[in-house]
Design a protein around this ligand. Structure first.
Ligand SMILES: *Cc1c(COP(=O)(O)O)cnc(C)c1O
Ligand SMILES: [Zn+2]
Length: 446
């Protein structure tokens, strides 16, 4: 049941045994996990996994684990939901949301990568784990690290959102703020991994960590009836998630689990930190690092480790990339909430706003199926909406005060005499809503 072959350099193809390392000693290229696809093709198939538990670990043959113990057996298998109302607003026929805003346990897709990385840390006999994080990874390492009995040490840029700080320290994890940006935190973490031998999930455990992101692609394919969508939009920080979703679809096609044309990958970033989008648009695929200036803190990586590979995956798929301003991002958060009842963080706002632009410009055809990958939860970045805080009435606890209040918010037409405790149908109609589908006596809530 173990199909892992080893590690291989993505550039010079030098092979390494499975071990906590991420960089090729020959050429400094990134290392990647390789599998025995021949054996996988012979011995596995969709039929063998459908009866398994609903988590990302139902695809364990395609994940880089070798031991029996898996940490985070409940992570993943988030909903893929049809987004009819958002589709209407964006002017497309078939739109779906992959909703990792409700992932377990810390409400972002980072729960997946951490589950794999900690499983490997345990296999390697490590007792301390950590990460360099823009916020969500810190939450995921803290929660799962503590739960599985590791000492945890998380490093972040000092000026993160309050909810992401509290969402790390609440677990009792050690947190260190660094005066510097993410790229400086990451460099420090490389030195820490060398000095202390800790398992830094996105540094020396990075090849395994990255494989966890493939499960987003596996789930989308399975939840679509073992098909891949024509188009997929995903936000990018280091560029790993988008690259790995592409790898996931490629693997399933190679194994014969899915058929049909390649998914076009569309990458999204904030205009204030858009090195990968720039590399796609200028056609070079070469990353020129930037200084990040955006409220999308979870995407604020100026020198993305997998940026070059993400740009290449986008180009080879026939997709494109787009960036959006902070204001467009906030509009994207609102649009998703108002249409689909899904509250995403700034990163998800980037995805929705970029999708809107890509559809408007004709890059994403209106008649094809498109999946938006929503990666994180809006309750962690409520500050992003502070400048457009809602105005709402505050009243004395009396019915007449309530009636005045709803008149002035314009939800119910003024002058309707209150006849009973029930809101009459003509009131509902005049407020612009449709009449109830069932008689009031049926007990439906209005
Ligand atoms: C980390 C993160 C991303 C981007 O992940 P990469 O693999 O670094 O590109 C996207 N969305 C959210 C919410 C994240 O926390
Ligand atoms: Zn190499």
């Amino acid at each position: 049941m173990n199909y892992v072959r080893g590690l291989q350099c993505r550039e010079c193809r030098a092979a390494y045994p499975v071990s906590p390392r991420a960089i090729c000693e020959e050429c400094f290229g990134p290392l990647e996990v390789t599998y025995d696809y021949e054996a996988l093709r012979r011995e596995s198939g969709p039929g063998s996994i459908v009866a398994r538990g609903r988590s990302m670990w139902r695809y364990r043959e395609l994940l880089p684990v070798e031991g029996a113990e898996i940490l985070g057996l409940e992570v993943g298998y988030t909903p893929l939901v049809r987004a009819t109302r958002l589709a209407e607003r964006l002017g497309v026929d078939n739109l779906f949301i992959k909703n990792d805003a409700v992932n377990f346990p810390t409400l972002s897709f980072k729960d997946r990568v951490v589950s794999v990385a900690l499983t490997k840390a345990r296999e390697f006999g490590m007792t301390t784990v950590g990460c360099a994080s823009t916020g969500n990874l810190a939450n995921a390492v803290a929660a799962q690290g503590v739960r599985h009995g590791f000492d945890t040490c998380v490093l972040v840029p000092e000026d993160l959102e309050a909810a992401k700080i509290v969402g790390t320290t609440v677990y009792g994890a050690r947190l260190v703020g660094v005066r510097g940006d993410y790229d400086q935190v990451n460099r420090l973490c490389s030195q820490i991994a060398d000095r202390f031998g800790w398992g830094i999930v996105n540094v020396n455990l990075r090849p395994f960590y990255g494989e966890g992101s493939k499960t987003v692609g596996f789930e989308i394919a399975e939840q679509s009836g073992w098909k891949r969508p024509a188009n997929l939009v995903c936000c990018m920080a280091g560029g790993s998630l988008l690259t790995k979703i592409g790898k996931a679809f490629d693997e399933l096609a190679l194994l014969g689990w899915i058929e049909g044309p390649k998914t076009k990958l569309y990458g999204a970033q904030a205009t204030g930190c858009n090195p990968i989008v720039t590399a796609v648009k200028d056609g070079t695929g070469e990353i020129r690092p930037v200084k990040a200036r955006t409220i999308a803190r979870s995407l604020a990586i100026g020198n993305p480790a997998d940026g070059h590979y993400a740009a290449r995956a986008i180009k080879e798929s026939g997709g494109w990339a787009e960036d959006v301003t902070d204001a467009e991002m906030v509009d994207g958060i609102r649009l998703l909430a108002e249409t689909e009842g899904i509250f995403t963080e700034t990163a998800g706002g980037v995805t929705v706003a970029a999708a809107r632009k890509l559809i408007a410009s004709g890059r994403i055809p209106r008649d094809q199926t498109t999946v938006l990958v929503i990666t994180g939860n809006g309750l962690k970045t409520t500050d992003a909406l502070a400048s457009t805080a809602p105005v709402y009435p505050v009243i004395e606890p009396r019915l007449d005060a309530f009636e005045r209040a709803i008149e002035c918010t314009g939800r119910v037409s003024p002058g309707v005499p209150p006849s009973s405790g029930r809101i009459r149908e003509d009131v509902l109609l005049s407020s612009g809503r449709s009449a109830p589908a069932a008689p009031l006596s049926s007990g439906r809530a209005l």
